[in-house]
Every structure is written in C-alpha cells, then in structure tokens.
Ligand binder design. Structure first.
Ligand code: NAD
Length: 247
C-alpha cells in the first residue's frame, strides 16, 4: 500500500516538541517531508535532525510575525518543491482569572493562536494555490474553545476563534482544492499540561469517560487522517479528540 503522505510536503508550527513533534514524526513515517517551524530554532533543528536527514528541516519562526511565517513556507517550497499540508499548531498558555489576567497575557495568547493560525492559513493557501496542487490545512484548536475553561478567557477565546477562522477559510479555499479542518484535543500529556497542579489534573481526568489522558500520537493520527486523502470530502470540520470528555 502506498504511504498516506507519499511525496507530500508539510509544514508544522510549534513542531519542536509535544503534539507538533508527534505530528511531524507521524507524517514522516507516512512518506512526507516536513519543515518544522518553532520559536525555538535550536530545538526545531534538533528535532528535525532526530527525525531524519533529508526528510525534515528545522526553522526558527515566530508565528505571530507575518514575514517569518511567509519565509517558513518559502523555505518548504524551496527545499522540497511544494507545500501540500500546513499544520498551525504552535501554542502557549497564560492562564489566570480575568480579574488577574493582564492585557499583555490576553494579547500574547490571542497573537500566538489566532493571529498565528491566520497567518499560517493565509500564507500556506497562497503557496498551495501557486503550486496548483490540492492542499490540506489543519488548525489546532482545543476543547477549551468549545466549552470555555475557568482561568482561560484568553485561550478559550483564541481557540474558539480558530474554529471560526477554519470554517471561513474552508469556504474561501474549497474552490482551489484546499481543505481546512480543525482539531480540538482534550487532555493530552505534554509539557503544556504537565505544568498543571495535580488536583486540577485529577479533576480533569474525572471528566473523561475513557478514564485517561490522551497521548500525542493519538492527536497525530487524526492530523494524519485530515492531511491525507482519507478525508478528501471533509472541510470546515472540527474533530474532538478527547476520550469523550465534554462531548
Ligand atoms: P508544547 O508547549 O509542548 O509545545 C508548543 C510548541 O509551540 C513549543 O515547541 C513552543 O516553542 C512552540 N511555540 C510557542 N509559541 C510559539 C510561537 N510564537 N511561534 C512558534 N512556535 C511557538 O504544547 P503542546 O501541548 O504540544 O500543544 C500544541 C498545540 O496543541 C497548542 O496549540 C495547544 O494549545 C494545543 N492543545 C494542547 C492540549 C494539551 O492537552 N496538551 C490540549 C488542547 C490543545
């Protein structure tokens, strides 16, 4: 059987670690070549080197900066000849109740998730249109964007915004053969969630019908599905990957 992403070229933002790293690895395992863009350029380069010479490149890129996002995409086209798949995954949290949250904490989170995903979608779509090949764009939302989490007015707003962005972009880009879908992970064990106090972790676990946190590979396999032809008739969808939490 031909690998699902044979000869496809993907860009994954925030791919130096966590969910993004797992997506990059899974894509490579299924035949793709991947450019990892991460604010931490050294970590992106180290991850790319570990993923395999000639199959992955690590590039320093802050997704809040349009010129850096445009250069990241140009690098993929330059190195591997095209862009087929874009994963807007980079993320941060700056949790606090609204009373304590500073305007800066609000802006930082909106900038990375919402502006970053918009810039990635915009520049990737341009490269895909220029390349004349069908494309898939995957935006990382969160279950926090569906239900709203205490202490995350910034993050929930940004992640709900990512859903609106994905649906609007899906409508604009369908005629060009470009699909746009979003993933809403639930509780996934990464550095982002390991920072959580244990009692909060336990409260969240109790909400999950499947009774456990998810792994990064369980998000990566859904990203693989959305990136590949297996999902060829899907656009503008939001995939909850939560073990049934808050369904
Ligand atoms: P992580 O902290 O392990 O990794 C995030 C990566 O993004 C890091 O490599 C970091 O350097 C990079 N990054 C941060 N700001 C950036 C910027 N401005 N430009 C480029 N790169 C930047 O986090 P993770 O848990 O792997 O999360 C990945 C995505 O999944 C995020 O969008 C996050 O909001 C989302 N998510 C995670 C969970 C979870 O439970 N872990 C749940 C729902 C959604």
């Amino acid at each position: 059987m031909t690998p699902l992403l044979q000869d496809k070229v993907a860009v994954v933002t925030g791919g130096a670690q966590g969910i993004g790293e797992a997506i990059a690895r899974t894509f490579i395992d299924h035949g793709a070549r991947v450019v990892i863009g991460d604010r931490d350029g050294a970590a992106a380069a180290a991850t790319a080197a570990a993923l395999g010479e000639g199959r992955a490149i690590g590039v320093a890129c802050d997704v809040t900066d349009g010129e850096q996002v445009s250069s990241l995409i140009a690098r993929a086209v330059e190195a591997f000849g095209a862009l087929d798949v874009m994963v807007n995954n980079a993320g941060i949290t700056r949790d606090a109740t609204m009373r304590k949250m500073s305007e800066e904490q609000f802006d930082q989170v909106i900038d990375v998730h919402l502006r970053g995903s918009w810039l990635g979608t915009k520049h990737a779509a341009e490269a895909m249109r220029d390349g004349g090949r069908p494309g898939a764009i995957i935006n990382m939302s969160s279950i926090s964007g569906k239900v709203g989490f205490f202490g995350q007015t910034n993050y929930s707003a940004a992640k709900a915004g990512v859903v609106g962005l994905s649906k609007a972009a899906a409508k604009e880009l369908a005629r060009h053969g470009i699909r746009v879908n979003a993933i809403q992970p639930g509780l996934i064990a990464t550095d982002m969630t390991r920072a959580m106090p244990e009692d909060i972790w336990e409260t969240k676990l109790a909400e999950i019908p499947m009774g456990r946190a998810g792994s990064v590979d369980e998000i990566a396999s859904v990203a693989l599905f959305l990136a590949s032809n297996l999902s060829s008739y899907m656009t503008g969808t939001v995939q909850e990957v939560t073990g049934g939490r808050l369904m």
